[in-house]
Structures are given as structure tokens and as C-alpha cells.
Design a protein around this ligand. Structure first.
Ligand SMILES: Cc1cc2nc3c(=O)[nH]c(=O)nc-3n(C[C@H](O)[C@H](O)[C@H](O)COP(=O)(O)OP(=O)(O)OC[C@H]3O[C@@H](n4cnc5c(N)ncnc54)[C@H](O)[C@@H]3O)c2cc1C
Length: 610
């Protein structure tokens, strides 16, 4: 059935007075900006519309000044995130977690921590083995290279020289980053320092942490500013912001022909038409919701909400994965100025902003993350991880030497659950578990596009994931205790160890010696660590997998050309298509998916030069 009313899309001043587009993007986040930017640059005649839930970000300090990321984390400006409360789970002390996605042009890339970590080559090879021809590492690494101008070291077979995004170490190095690498070099535990921890193949070496910050300007380097906005002189490229897509519209032959969206929160419903293609790109939490509201999903769910079934795909919203985020803050010397100040003290932040405006340097040019390691256990570590982890190791990790069990790094500021603790200078050890066993799902609870989604994170449903967190907590604590700036633990953000425990936390006058014995943990101490994680752990906001690129018979939602099964002219392009997890923060992979989508679409539409 064709939509009845004609589209009305003249709201935005940038709008071109056209009523039908060639391509419409439902969601204007990371992948959408890459794909739309590439296509618009290659064919300026292509009529493209992006319908984005959030607002514009161009040159806004909260988005372009890297240090403002801290404020976004501790007290975000209203409207730049959509938060999703997950269903409480007994594995998380009956807590629901807070999932989030950015809500602005550029999506996660406009608000994220700018940490540059790339997947393992074997992650993409595993995707290809599922039947996704053209999605192996040999195809995707060149696309990762294409995204970047690598300012952090030599350009080589995986790092690019002329891509839109600038990647550097930034113009400000935190004490925590320096101390981490110094302690790691001496304490090491069999691991070495490397110049490049992000070549897709190297794993288990300490390294400086590159970031999506342009060393020349000190600005965040993101998909909106580097791919999309440079094309906005083109009147055929249009964005409607503050517009939430309700659903995709289909004709009688199941061709996607338009999108229906709310103009503003609860505002009028409008439609826009596309003659060639619609691309759902609303991120792993919201893309499945758009599909379900459009009649694509599991039949029982659609019928429950009285939605006409257009394509029965039970995999929509399933296979939801993320990483698990463990944070343990440590006290720094009293006189240390850390990034926390940018979130806590607007006057101080203003002074750092002035420096940033004049020089592009200083605290405001930093994301606070200067060192880390994609870590893989050795024989001793495996013994510590214990027999319950062994099967996971044997069946998953042992076969691929580039797969890490966690990324452990340091933030030069307080990141914990108790804002009041942020006033004392501190640094934080972060552990992101890379391939949790946990798999959850996300589904609509109503046809209303503003109704909360039902999100089951699955986090800590498996004991193996708890064991990795326990091991990583201890490992990170040993390193932290040897860092020059260590002055003890921020006790409230650590496990409550039993009275008399050798593992008890507290203030310290300074670091222990490099050769000091490691802390010995009793069985009760281990239980305290596990209890702490169940009560405090969150997800890393690296959602993926909910519109998985897999064969339809295996609960897949899109094929290797990103086409949604059972309908025509409809693709999905964002982190939701990742069929399996990647062992890294997900921005780099989202960019790669955007590039891959651009090349697939260009090929199909006969556009050269993408
Ligand atoms: C706070 C935070 C910090 C992070 N830090 C890092 C990091 O340091 N390094 C890293 O590698 N990764 C990081 N990530 C993850 C990374 O940013 C994401 O994986 C990536 O941006 C996902 O890209 P995407 O295209 O799949 O979706 P997104 O970039 O999330 O884009 C989806 C877009 O769709 C829009 N949308 C949703 N629903 C609708 C609708 N119904 N109608 C219209 N528009 C809609 C959203 O507003 C959003 O703009 C972080 C993520 C967050 C949230």
C-alpha cells in the first residue's frame, strides 16, 4: 500500500524544495554520515535526505572540544543522548543498566570518548566465514585505512595518509598515561611496549593510546565534521534534524518507498519519499525498533502490537551484544589537575577553553586516555582465571592469537559511580571486556516511536564474564599500585573486602616498589570482587548485532549487501549489522561499515569514485 499523504519536508532552512529523494537515511549517526558523505562527494546530483532524531553539532563546543567529553559523561546537556534502562537482572543485583546512544548528527562519533581501538583482523574474518563475502579483514582493513589520516606514527599497510578523520596522540598527555607506560615497562609481566597497538594483528603489548583528535587543531575528528558537513554546500544533500523516524513505508510489492517521522518530540507526523533506496542507520538499539515498527521482525511480537507483517524475521532485535565496562578509580597527588575539573568547575573549564581556542592545546584538547593494552592471558594468567574459564579459552580465544580478553587502560580523571568522589584528584583504570559471552535483545514495547524499548543486556549471565572482570580488576590494581601518581584507592568505588583482608583498600603515601609482592586475595576477597562487579558494572555503550548480517535461516536480518531480507530497496548500515562482537571499542568498526555501505551502494547505483 502506498502512503496516502504527500511528503512535506520544507521545515529545515537547509532543505531543498524536492519532494522525492533518491536515498533516505533513517538516522544520521556515525555510519550514515560516512555513507552519505561519500556518496554525495562522488555524485552531487544524488538527492539524499538524512532524518536524524537529534540536533546539529557543527562547531558546537560541547562536541568539538575533546575535554567536554567529561561533561557529557557526568552531566550531559539535555537531548544529546537517548538513554535506555535495561530490564533488571538478578545477575546484576537486580539492577537495570543504563544503555545509551548519542542523539545528534554524527551519532556516537559526536559525543564519544574518541578512543581509537581497532578490531582484531580475525573478527572480520569470522564475519566473512558466516557467508558474508567481502567482509573479511582483507576487504575491511583497506577501508579502515581509507577513513583516516594517521598523525600518530608512520603511515603503513593499515594506517592511512589521506582519509577524512585525523588520528593522533593529542597535544596533551596525562600523568596517568605516562605513569601507566612507565610502570608497564618495568612491571610488564612478560608483555612489552609497542609503537602501534592498533594494526589489527598485534595483541598483548602496552601502547600509547591514539585518539580521534586532530593534532593540528586540537578538535575532535568525527564523522559529522569530516564526512558530512564538508558536503553541505550541495543543495541535494539535506538533513532534517530533531525528527524521529517512526517507520518505513512500503508499496504493495514490499518496495521501501518512504519514511514516516515525527517533526520534533510528539510533533506532527510527516513523510518523505525515496525512489531508489532507504537505509536504516539508527544504531544497534534503535535500528531494530524502526524495523519492528515497520512490520519487519518476529511475527508474535508484531501481532502483539497490531503491526502488519511485511517480512517475518525473528532475528530482528536479537543477538544484542556490547562490552562490559569495569572502572576502578585511584587517588592521585592532591595538587594534580585532572580532566575531572572540566566537568566539575565551569570557571576552570572556561580557562582551559581559552587556551584551547588560542593554541588547540591543553587539557581541553585531551580525552584523558593515553595508554592501554589489548590484553591476552599467558599460562599463569590462565591459571588465575581458573578452570571455569578454560573452556571459553579453548573454544574461542586459543584459535586466534589476535583476540584479547579485555582492553585495559587508564583515564586521567575520576570515572566512577559517586560524583562526590570526583573532587579529589584521581585517575581511573578501565577494563573493557572484549568478547563477553553475554547476548541479549532489544524490542519495541509499543508502536509509539517515543515509548521506551525493552532491553535485556544479558550482561553477567555467564560466569566466564565475571572471571575476566575479576582477573582484570586484580591485574589493573597491581599496575596502578606501581604508577608514580598512585596515592591509594577511591575506596567507595572498590570492592568491600572482609575485615582484616590483605586486599583492603585505602589511602597510600605513594606507589609500592616495582618488585613488591602482588596482593594475595582469599576466596572471600574474590567473592567481594564478584559482588562488587554485579553491583556496579555497566555496559560500555558499544551496542551491536541486533540486525545481524547472517543467512536468513540463521536468524539473519540483512545479507552481505546489507539488504533486509524479504523486502526491496531497504538496507541497514550501522553497528547493528555486526553478526559477531569485535575485540575493540566500536567506533572504528562503525566507520568501516559506513565505508563498506558506501562502496556497495555506489556499485549498485553505478556511481564511480567512492
Ligand atoms: C558515550 C559513548 C562513548 C563512546 N566512546 C567510544 C570511544 O571512545 N571509542 C570507540 O571506538 N567507540 C566509542 N563509543 C561507541 C561508538 O561511538 C559507536 O559504536 C558508534 O558511534 C555507533 O555508530 P552507529 O552508526 O552504529 O550508530 P550511532 O552513531 O549511534 O548513530 C545512530 C543515530 O541514529 C539516530 N536515531 C536513533 N533512532 C532514531 C530514529 N528513530 N529516528 C531518527 N534518528 C534516530 C541517533 O540519534 C543517532 O544519531 C561510544 C559510544 C557512546 C554512546
Amino acid at each position: 500500500m502506498r502512503p496516502a499523504s504527500p511528503p512535506d519536508i520544507f521545515r529545515s532552512p537547509q532543505m531543498n524544495p524536492q519532494r522525492t529523494y533518491d536515498i533516505i537515511f533513517a538516522g544520521g549517526g556515525t555510519a550514515a554520515c560516512v555513507t552519505a558523505g561519500r556518496l554525495a562527494a562522488a555524485d552531487s546530483g544524488l538527492r539524499i535526505l538524512i532524518v536524524e532524531n537529534g540536533g546539529q553539532v557543527q562547531d558546537k563546543p560541547v562536541h568539538v572540544q575533546p575535554g567536554r567529553y567529561m561533561k557529557n559523561m557526568m552531566a550531559p546537556e539535555p537531548g544529546i543522548f537517548t538513554f535506555h534502562r535495561t530490564t533488571p537482572s538478578e545477575n546484576l543485583n537486580d539492577r537495570g543498566l543504563v544503555g545509551s546512544n548519542a542523539s545528534c548528527v554524527g551519532g556516537g562519533g559526536s559525543v564519544n570518548a574518541m578512543v581509537y581501538v581497532r578490531a582484531a583482523a580475525s573478527d572480520y574474518d569470522d564475519w566473512e566465514k558466516l557467508g558474508n563475502l567481502g567482509w573479511g579483514s582483507a576487504d575491511l582493513i583497506p577501508l579502515a585505512k581509507k577513513t583516516e589520516t594517521y598523525q600518530a606514527g608512520p603511515v603503513d599497510s593499515t594506517h592511512g595518509a589521506s582519509g577524512p578523520l585525523k588520528v593522533s596522540y593529542g597535544a596533551h598527555e596525562t600523568h596517568a598515561g605516562r605513569d601507566f607506560l612507565k610502570a608497564a615497562a618495568e612491571y610488564g609481566r612478560g608483555r612489552k611496549l609497542t609503537q602501534d597497538g592498533n594494526d589489527f594483528f598485534n595483541c598483548n603489548s602496552y601502547a600509547r593510546a591514539p585518539k580521534y583528535i586532530d593534532i593540528e587543531t586540537g578538535r575532535r575528528s568525527d564523522a559529522a565534521h569530516c564526512y558530512l558537513y564538508p558536503q553541505m554546500h550541495n543543495p541535494n544533500l539535506n538533513i532534517i534534524d530533531h525528527a524521529r523516524v517512526v517507520r518505513i513505508l512500503f508499496d504493495d510489492d514490499h518496495h521501501a518507498v518512504g519514511v514516516e517521522y515525527h517533526e520534533g518530540k510528539g510533533g506532527e507526523i510527516r513523510t518523505a519519499h525515496a525512489s531508489r533506496l532507504i537505509i536504516v542507520s539508527a544504531g544497534a538499539l534503535c535500528s531494530p525498533a524502526i524495523l519492528e515498527r515497520s512490520g519487519i521482525g518476529a511475527r508474535p511480537l508484531l501481532e502483539q502490537h497490531e503491526i502488519e507483517v511485511v517480512s517475518e524475521l525473528p532475528g530482528v532485535g536479537e543477538n544484542y551484544q556490547d562490552h562490559t565496562l569495569g572502572l576502578s578509580p585511584y587517588l592521585s597527588p592532591e595538587d594534580e589537575v585532572t580532566l575531572s575539573i572540566l566537568a566539575l568547575d565551569e570557571k576552570a573549564a572556561a580557562a582551559h577553553e581559552t587556551e584551547w581556542l588560542a593554541t588547540g592545546k591543553g587539557l581541553m584538547a585531551s580525552n584523558g586516555v593515553d595508554a592501554g593494552i589489548r590484553i591476552r592471558p599467558n599460562a599463569n594468567d590462565l591459571e588465575e582465571l581458573g578452570p571455569a574459564f578454560q573452556k571459553r579459552w579453548d573454544t574461542f580465544f586459543s584459535r586466534a592469537s589476535d583476540k584479547a580478553i579485555a582492553w585495559i587502560g587508564t583515564y586521567g580523571c575520576y570515572l566512577g559511580n559517586n560524583l562526590a568522589s570526583a573532587v579529589r584528584p584521581s585517575f581511573t583504570m578501565i577494563c573493557i571486556t572484549t568478547y563477553p559471552v553475554a547476548v541479549g535483545n532489544v524490542h519495541i514495547q509499543s508502536r509509539d516511536a517515543f515509548a521506551p524499548l525493552q532491553v535485556n543486556s544479558g550482561i553477567l549471565n555467564s560466569v566466564e564474564d565475571l572471571l575476566v572482570l575479576r582477573w582484570a580488576y586484580k591485574w589493573a590494581r597491581e599496575l596502578a599500585r606501581r604508577m608514580d601518581g598512585y596515592r591509594g584507592e577511591v575506596v567507595i568505588d572498590h570492592p568491600i573486602f572482609p575485615e582484616g583482608s590483605q586486599a583492603a583498600c585505602g589511602d597510600a603515601a605513594g606507589p609500592v616498589g616495582i618488585d613488591a609482592p602482588d596482593i594475595s586475595y582469599s576466596k572471600q576477597d574474590d567473592e567481594a570482587i564478584d559482588a562488587f562487579h554485579r553491583a556496579n558494572i555497566n555496559m560500555a555503550w558499544h551496542a551491536l548485532g541486533t540486525c545481524a548480517m547472517k543467512p536468513r535461516a540463521q536468524s539473519g536480518v540483512v545479507d552481505a549487501r546489507l539488504n533486509v531480507y524479504g523486502v526491496k530497496n531497504l538496507k541497514v548500515a550501522d553497528m547493528s549489522i555486526a553478526p559477531l562482537n569485535v575485540g575493540a571499542n566500536t567506533y572504528n568498526t562503525a566507520l568501516v561499515i559506513g565505508e563498506k555501505a558506501a562502496s556497495i551502494i555506489a556499485e549498485e547505483l553505478g556511481i564511480a569514485g567512492v
